[in-house]
Ligand binder design. Structure first.
Ligand code: PMP
Length: 415
């Protein structure tokens, strides 16, 4: 056992946390479930399920519209959720917190509402080599619409993107830099604060895809000094179908609405429509009210455990899993950045990742296999796919033992 593990023996009770998540008690294929696919979607604790249930049972009505009691209760819960999100990421005000369907929609919103009206032919959008498709394709779409060009700053063989490389790819034509805070395929944590600085020095704005960061580490959008920050509730123990775009108020004010409809207007006539104030200008139609309530409960849950404690726990697991997996014969780790979040991608000689995933599933071990919506990353490492184990607050050391055991079985099968 290393020194770091010895330092914090009883601070974090992963067994107790595990018990907060009812789904983890179930079996698959007659085996206890070992859920190691939290980077794709995390599970929900009982408190989140109960909060959504309470809302649906007692408070549901449409928001922002009715004078009746239920509508006011629903509105109050929805707006309290917005305030909870604001505090969680330290946004300047609730006007800067836009509810969306998730990270994907948040990035598309910025591409269409911020970028599209501004980009001229030849302007550049700078991404990095490790982006999720959600932070590539919306930019390609807006590039096709405007004549702008999409570029990507490189990474090294460990999966590290350096500020120097990002800076070297920014020039006077670069209008937008968009990068992940944490890579879903490799686990790399990017130096977002420094990237914001080099982007701003050249007059570009920075969008950060925070889908894989918000559940694992403290995110302070003010300290990061990014212009837009996007994330999804379902990766942070909340419901699916809801996410957030945090944007600088000055920029959001300048941006035209993206979708039109109810709730985003002040007045409508056939001649002219005036738009609602922030953030409602970007929230056309009935929002995902129960999703927002669930997201707020998820934030309450995370904060009840303490993000720093979750982070330390996951880092211990990462260290231990990395050590154990590195000892598996024929196993190659894909993504070995010094600063990583709780994701381990790997391949095993002679076993296709999909076959590996199937064998592990039969053992009750759920990992992700495939390109992880990051095909350029797979191409860079010269692999069609990887297997990926990802950890969360409820992952236990015994889950990693189960993974290692199942990998040994897979090697026997393919012996
Ligand atoms: N970016 C990253 C880094 C992700 O991991 C994901 C989800 N896999 C997304 C964006 C897209 O998130 P969503 O599907 O919730 O919109």
């Amino acid at each position: 056992m290393n020194a770091k593990l010895e330092m914090t023996p009883n601070e974090y009770d992963a067994e107790r946390v595990w018990r907060d998540f009812p789904i983890l008690r179930r079996e698959v294929h007659g085996r206890p479930l070992v859920y190691l696919d939290s980077a794709a979607s995390s599970q929900r604790p009982a408190s989140v399920i109960a909060a959504v249930d309470r809302y649906e049972t007692f408070h549901h009505a449409n928001v922002h519209r009715g004078v009746h009691q239920l509508s006011q209760e629903a509105t109050d819960l929805f707006e309290r959720a917005r305030a909870r999100v604001r505090g969680y990421v330290n946004a300047g005000s609730t006007r800067e917190v836009v509810f969306t369907r998730g990270t994907t929609e948040s990035i598309n919103l910025v591409a269409q509402s911020y970028a599209r009206p501004r980009l001229q032919p030849g302007d550049e959008i700078l991404l990095t080599a490790l982006e999720h498709h959600a932070n590539i394709v919306p930019w390609q779409l807006v590039a096709a619409q405007t004549g702008a060009v999409v570029k990507a700053a490189p990474m090294d063989r460990r999966g590290v993107v350096s500020v120097t490389d990002v800076a070297a790819h920014i020039n006077e034509r670069t209008k937008i830099v968009a990068c992940a805070h944490v890579s879903n395929a490799l686990g790399t944590v990017l130096p977002v604060r420094e990237i914001a600085q080099v982007a701003h020095d050249r007059g570009a704005v920075l969008l950060v895809d925070g889908a894989q960061a918000v559940p694992h580490q403290r995110v302070d959008v003010a300290a990061l000094d990014c212009d837009f920050y996007a994330f999804s509730s379902h990766k942070m123990y909340g419901p699916t179908g809801i996410g957030v775009l945090v944007g600088r108020e000055r920029l959001l004010e300048e941006m035209p609405p993206w979708q039109g409809g109810g709730d985003m207007i002040l007045t409508v006539s056939f001649e002219k429509t005036t738009f609602n104030t922030l953030p409602y200008k970007f929230e056309a139609g009935t929002p995902n009210i129960s999703g927002a309530v669930g997201l707020a409960a998820a934030i309450d849950y995370i904060e009840s455990l303490g993000l720093q404690k979750i982070h330390a726990h996951e880092q211990r697991l990462l260290e231990s899993a990395t050590r154990q997996l590195a000892a598996v014969p024929g196993l190659d780790l894909i993504g070995t950045a010094p600063d990583k979040a709780a994701v381990i991608s790997f391949t095993i000689d002679g076993i296709h990742p999909h076959d590996l995933g199937t064998i592990l599933d039969a053992e009750g071990v759920a990992i992700r296999t495939g390109h992880h919506c990051a095909m350029p990353v797979m191409e860079f490492f010269g692999v069609p796919a990887t297997a990926r184990a990802s950890f969360a607050c409820y992952t236990r050391e015994s889950d990693i033992d189960a993974l290692v055991h199942a990998l040994a079985k897979a090697r026997e099968v393919f012996g």
